[in-house]
Design a protein around this ligand. Structure first.
Ligand SMILES: [Zn+2]
Length: 349
């Protein structure tokens, strides 16, 4: 797996400026911003630029020995610290041989950053870096650290090893250990402008780029991921759901719930959350944001439903999103969520 990752076009100028001050670079950075804007790629591209032996305008040259090592995924001074589940998603093996002993029962790969991954850094810090350059640890997503792992990292950052830069990637820094956050310099990344995102999506061969970008709330990498996962920017089941609500009271959500049961709850809750944000926008006479293709129906529903009910359910969906990774009963969960959403959309009497 190559570690020689380029910056995304909307990050390049910002990155150049940031990396040009590398002589007085902080030893820990918290790179944060909305999901789907390319923070992980930013961190990896930054690591490549820091490790490059002859950077061109502060960015990795792509040709030197260090860049070659990165391209082959074996630069000794780079570490990716991420959960095994993320490593698999990226097409790499587990983080160490220990986690999948031969002949052991197959376990689902861990979604957490494990304490031994941080302990293993000790010996890395004690090894001299190549030609006395940087050592870069890229850690993502930061929320995959539990209290114990976060405290272990805090210890490291309190007495930072020489020549070492930590790049932490997070969607929401306020959900991290505050003492850890206070040890890092913050580097917020903004959502790119729609024109830049649209031209990039079109270059990537995404059809209906504007609708996908809307469905992703303006985040281009999320838009690309959605376009690969779903059949249309507004999921078909959501169109069916809205049609069922429009058909009048007493809509039966049973068949729809049965269909959705096998979909990951994160995916359908996200879509319901977006629908409800659109409903709330429509209720306050603002243009919808996520699903312009069904805006006619959204506006009709918002006109007739109780705004308080819509707001309550939007809030409830946010709370459910936090526990969606571990529903006690997937079938019951999707049924009750759809029922609640239907009731909230019912015309006011
Ligand atoms: Zn280079």
């Amino acid at each position: 797996m190559s570690d020689l990752v380029p910056f995304l076009p909307w990050h390049e100028a910002h990155a150049r400026q940031w990396l040009s001050q590398r002589e007085r670079f902080a030893h820990a950075w918290l790179i944060h911003g909305l999901p789907g804007i390319g923070k992980r790629q930013f961190a990896l591209a930054a690591a490549a630029s820091l490790l490059c032996e002859s950077p061109v305008q502060s960015l990795a040259c792509g040709h030197c020995a260090a860049c070659q090592w990165l391209a082959h995924g074996n630069h000794p001074d780079l570490r990716r610290i991420r959960p095994d589940a993320v490593a698999y998603e990226e097409g790499a093996g587990p983080n160490d041989a220990e986690s999948s002993p031969v002949g052991a029962a197959k376990k689902a790969p861990s979604k957490d950053i494990r304490i031994d991954q941080l302990r293993a850094l000790g010996s890395w810090f004690n090894t001299a870096t190549h030609r006395g350059g940087w050592r870069v640890a890229v850690l993502y997503p930061a929320r995959a650290m539990n209290q114990i792992t976060a405290n272990a990292l805090l210890k490291v950052l309190e007495e930072p090893p020489a020549h070492t830069v930590f790049l932490l990637v997070a969607d929401a820094p306020d959900r991290l250990l505050p003492t850890l956050v206070s040890r890092c310099r913050r580097l917020p990344l903004a959502v790119p402008g729609p024109e830049e995102s649209l031209s990039w999506l079109t270059q990537q061969g995404v059809d209906q780029a504007a609708d996908w970008l809307a469905a992703a709330g303006g985040a281009p990498l999320l838009a690309q991921a959605l376009s690969r996962m779903e059949g249309s920017p507004c999921p078909e089941w959501l169109q069916d759901f809205v049609a069922a609500i429009m058909s009048g009271p007493g809509a039966d959500v049973g068949p729809l719930a049965d269909k959705l049961e096998k979909t990951s709850p994160e995916v359908w809750i996200d879509a319901l959350q977006r629908l409800f944000l659109d409903l709330l926008l429509a209720a306050s006479q603002s243009p919808v944001r996520y699903y312009p293709s069904i805006s006619k129906q959204t506006v009709r529903i918002a006109d007739m439903a109780s705004r308080a009910n819509l707001a309550d359910t939007a809030k409830w969906l946010n709370q459910q999103r936090a526990v969606a990774g571990h529903p006690l009963n997937a079938k019951l969960f999707v049924h009750s969520a759809l029922q609640r959403a239907t009731l909230a959309c019912a015309p006011q009497v």
